[in-house]
Design a protein around this ligand. Structure first.
Ligand code: FO1
Length: 317
């Protein structure tokens, strides 16, 4: 069994790449829920949905989130109410775009959670509805909310930072509210212990992989099997492939490079896979304490993706 620790887009593409191997065997994605939010009273799990839609072949390829060929009638209709909401009301938010078909996923998740279903159960049901062969497990059934402390003194939720502020404001800290009391989902813990290989997907080390690492026992589970944990660097040539990982790393005192990634992961993963543009940093990654494998990691087409997946599995021995 292969277990992949997942954020959003990069992880979704890596999981899809595993399908390019002749016989990958059972695959489990343990997915970040620190990005989850409630808007319009709806429970939204962006990373779970990005992975589900990508593996279903239904993701919008340009945006990397939401459904392809989406329509936006509900969002457009909200503008009428946004115009009349009283001062201080957060009703009818229009900054976070929920497509008409995407809304069905949030309706279902919200209704099932309200009935007492766990996020783990509901995630599996949604994955089944989209005919996914992979198993997706949220990192926890408990609420963990990534909060971003901005340099200007404000604290905002992750989605306010990422979408409303377009992640273009400097950050001075990141916190994971609720994580001290949250339990690592037992199915996720078992998937990590029982896997032949654990992959840390090319996801943001701070806000995608970071939240799951704050759950009690997570780092210990990974450290105990460190030699067969392989991380794929989300930083290529000093820049994030998508999103604010590079800037966030710098702002929070880390080097925005594969060496900075190695310093964050060296206690939990034995090997770091880096793109050929970073081949000159192999010695520095190894000096930071990780074995380093060079392999094209920008999953622009299925052939590159499958070769990356193969190299990652080979790196785990
Ligand atoms: N990202 C955006 O940049 N703008 C949006 O309006 C937006 C809406 C959205 C709706 C549902 C969903 O599952 C994801 C959505 N995302 C949107 C993506 C999401 O904010 C980020 O990709 C992740 O949270 C970061 O991994």
């Amino acid at each position: 069994m292969i277990t992949v620790l997942c954020g959003g887009v990069g992880a979704a593409r890596f999981l899809r790449a595993l399908r390019g191997l002749p016989d990958p065997g059972p695959v489990t994605g343990v997915v970040n829920t620190g990005d989850d939010t409630v808007l319009h009273g709806l429970s939204i799990s962006p990373d779970i949905d990005t992975i589900t839609y990508t593996l279903a072949g239904a993701i919008d390829p340009e945006r990397g989130w939401g459904l392809v060929d989406e329509t936006w009638t509900a969002m457009a209709s909200l503008a009428r109410y946004a115009a009349v909401r009283p001062e201080g009301s957060t009703a009818a938010p229009t900054w976070f775009n929920l497509g008409d078909r995407d809304l069905a996923t949030h309706f279902y998740r919200t209704a099932r959670l309200a009935e007492g279903g766990s996020l783990t159960e509901v995630t599996a049901e949604i994955a089944r509805a989209w005919d996914l062969p992979e198993r997706l497990v949220p990192m926890s059934d408990d609420r963990v909310a990534t909060m971003v402390d901005l340099l200007d003194g404000r604290t905002v939720t992750f989605q306010e930072y990422f979408v409303q502020l377009r992640h273009s404001v400097p950050v001075r800290g990141v916190r994971f509210e609720g994580s001290a009391a949250a339990t690592l989902q037992p199915a996720a813990a078992a998937a990590i212990s029982d896997a032949s290989v654990v992959v840390v997907a090319p996801s943001n080390p701070i806000v995608s992989i970071g939240p799951m690492r704050t759950l009690s026992g997570m780092d210990e589970l990974l450290a105990a099997r460190r030699s067969s944990v392989v991380a794929v660097s989300p930083i290529v040539g000093g820049a994030a492939l998508k999103g604010p990982a590079d800037r966030m790393m710098l702002e929070l005192g880390h080097e925005a490079s594969v060496v900075g990634v190695a310093r964050l992961y060296r206690d939990i993963a034995g090997t770091l896979v880096v793109d050929p543009v970073d081949a000159h940093l192999v010695g520095d990654v190894e000096a930071a304490g990780m074995r380093c494998v060079v392999q094209p990691s920008i999953m622009s087409d299925p052939v590159v993706g499958a070769a990356l997946a193969r190299a990652v599995l080979d790196a785990a021995g």
